[in-house]
Design a binder for this molecule. Structure first.
Ligand code: NAD
Ligand code: DAU
Length: 335
């Protein structure tokens, strides 16, 4: 097998992909090419300051074989983050989700097959559907797929494509399904940064429905260290679940944000619920921990959240230009 020296990171200008690029630069001697279409969710700023000798950005579409094929040919491994990632957007217009998440993954798989390139596919715990609040079981690698939204169904479909290309064509691929990430550079359409930036603006946080929905929070840095462990030591054809035992309901998270930002903990509004809103996600990451020796470093969610709040306060110039349009989109839906 070729030693991995050059890595192609798709979606590397997004929230989690850019975190991974920084992680590779600080923890390995690999060189990195980012392939990113620079959609509304991307940020060149998230890649600023990285050494030009180690990191280059190619602006292009992961669903364009003419762009993807030569890039895959000249790299030893691909880590595939590129996706349309926001559930609410997928309820408004599923079309780019089908195009990027399904056709994009298919395009990469065909290139990996042609050039025998190692591929790691980044996916989500949402492929498993949701759990009851009192279910003693958490998601494992054996949980049947049962996605709810256009977003999660396209991610589930992309995982199944990867599995089929491993089995039918011998593509050297692995898959990881991670829980909800938080940290710097997350787009302000997402739950935690939306509420932080609302409070900065003196606007009350917006909680969908009752707020009892549970998410299993993990810091993006811990996601990156897990992906590197899988890239380095994962067994071809295997799936690994990534999670940090961070279950919290949305009400608890909003109260924590308000408390950390010096506001009364009941200063939020309930708004129209998300259609088909998944109730609870929870990850059992035993396989990753026991087989690859991975452990999360950000055990204290409240401390991680406080640091994230500080980051959004310090980076207002980055998110401010997008705030009004993001909120206008939500307001049109009563959210
Ligand atoms: P994001 O929306 O912040 O970033 C996605 C990136 O992909 C952007 O830079 C965007 O420009 C790029 N992109 C979109 N379409 C593209 C295309 N056609 N060609 C090339 N680039 C394209 O998303 P994120 O939250 O960083 O998520 C990254 C990946 O991790 C996704 O695959 C997502 O499903 C997965 N994931 C996310 C979470 C989470 O909590 N955010 C959890 C588990 C898994
Ligand atoms: O579980 C992993 C998934 O986590 C990833 O695959 C997705 O890419 C990522 O976006 C995230 O999906 P969610 O739908 O869970 O994340 P979001 O930040 O949109 O919402 C988190 C929870 O907060 C969810 O229960 C909906 C709720 N919510 C969200 C917003 C934006 C609110 O209550 N109010 C809000 O304003």
């Amino acid at each position: 097998m070729r030693r991995v020296q050059r890595v192609l990171v798709t979606g590397g200008a997004g929230f989690i992909g850019s975190n991974f690029v920084h992680h590779l630069v600080s923890h390995t001697d690999l060189t990195v090419t980012v392939l990113d279409k620079l959609t509304y969710a991307a940020s060149r700023d998230a890649l600023a300051g990285l050494p030009e000798s180690r990191v280059r950005l190619v602006v292009g579409d992961v669903a364009d074989a003419g762009t993807v094929d030569p890039l895959v040919a000249e790299h030893d491994a691909v880590v595939h983050y590129a996706a349309e990632s926001h559930n609410d957007n997928s309820l408004t217009d599923p079309s780019p989700f089908v195009q990027t998440n399904l056709i994009g993954t298919f395009t990469l798989l065909e290139a990996a097959r042609r050039h025998d390139t190692r591929l790691h596919h980044i996916s989500t715990d949402e492929v498993y559907g949701d759990l009851e609040l009192d279910d003693p079981e958490r998601f494992t690698e054996a949980t049947p797929y049962n996605p709810s939204s256009p977003y999660s169904s396209t991610k589930a479909g992309s995982d199944l494509l990867v599995r089929a290309w491993v089995r039918s064509f011998g593509v050297r691929a692995t898959i990881s399904n991670c829980s909800n990430n938080y940290g710097p550079w997350q787009h302000i359409e997402k739950f935690i940064p939306r509420q932080i930036t609302n409070v900065v603006d003196g606007v009350r946080p917006k909680l969908y429905g009752s707020g009892e929905n549970v998410r299993d929070w993990i810091h993006a840095d811990d996601h990156s260290s897990a992906v590197l462990a899988i890239l380095e030591r994962g067994a071809i054809g295997e799936t690994y679940l990534i999670g940090a035992d961070g279950e919290k309901n949305n009400l608890e998270v909003v109260r924590l944000i308000l408390g950390l930002m010096g506001q009364p903990e009941d200063a939020f509004d309930h708004v129209t619920d998300r259609a088909g809103h998944d109730l609870r996600y929870a990850i059992d990451s035993t396989k990753l921990r026991t087989e690859l020796g991975w452990l999360p470093q950000f055990g204290d969610f409240e401390a991680g959240l406080a640091a994230t709040i500080d980051w959004y306060r310090e980076h207002e110039a980055w998110w401010r230009p997008h705030k009004d349009a993001t909120e206008a989109t939500y307001a049109a839906k009563g959210q």
